[in-house]
Design a protein around this ligand. Sequence first.
Ligand SMILES: C[S@@+](CC[C@H](N)C(=O)[O-])C[C@H]1O[C@@H](n2cnc3c(N)ncnc32)[C@H](O)[C@@H]1O
Length: 231
Amino acid sequence: MFISRLSIIVSLNFQIMIGIRKAVTGHAFFEIKCRMRKKKGTRMFDHFNMVASIYDKVIRVYDHKQMCRLLDLPARVRLLDAGGGTGRVSQRLCPLVDQVVICDMSRAMLRQAAMREKLNPVRARAERLPFADETFDRVLTVDALHHFHNQRQALADMVRVLKPGGRLVIEEPDKTRPFVKIVMLLEKLALMRSHFLTSQQIVKWLNGLGMTTYVENDGRFIFWVQGDKSQ
Ligand SMILES: C[S@@+](CC[C@H](N)C(=O)[O-])C[C@H]1O[C@@H](n2cnc3c(N)ncnc32)[C@H](O)[C@@H]1O
């Protein structure tokens, strides 16, 4: 899994270097095929727009059984995949639930998701989900929380859209592991604004939102935080 992550990030670094070289040689700085967004006066890459077309080919590994167990699936439920990207994860969950909505802020990632059957892509930030309170029975976020700009706000909004008795599952890289430290460094070099949290920090915030939490890890790179909303 981490080899594939590294190749995505190395590819990003490479593309950024091409951009810098073009700047030095007089070409437009961000001529590379990324979209740029303007936010609070600063110009930013949308890294995921750059890698969307190759993302699924490179990032393949995902523990489906573990995710089904934590989400307590199959079940007749509505599931939200926040920061769900191309639908790599939620596509496999589709046959096990009534409805999957996939929300992401990258247009290119969602375009890939739209090519998959039965995913309902919605472009939105996880910090401001365009759904009514208590809409979903399950909310999921895989490998995305560390990319969210305001993680605390995103957690609060994911809890808001969760029905009473519903469950939130978060999968994140474990930043205490050496491999993950390398990924963190490369993401910094690729100018990604990732901010990795510990499971303890996530648990603290979720507990503050009234959720009952439970943590598991794979003993290597990943941890999962499960949060249950009271009835
Ligand atoms: C590493 S990808 C993971 C995608 C998917 N969950 C998976 O595991 O294949 C992280 C995703 O988070 C999205 N993202 C980043 N910040 C976001 C935000 N504030 N709100 C919603 N999505 C966001 C990115 O566009 C990207 O698709």
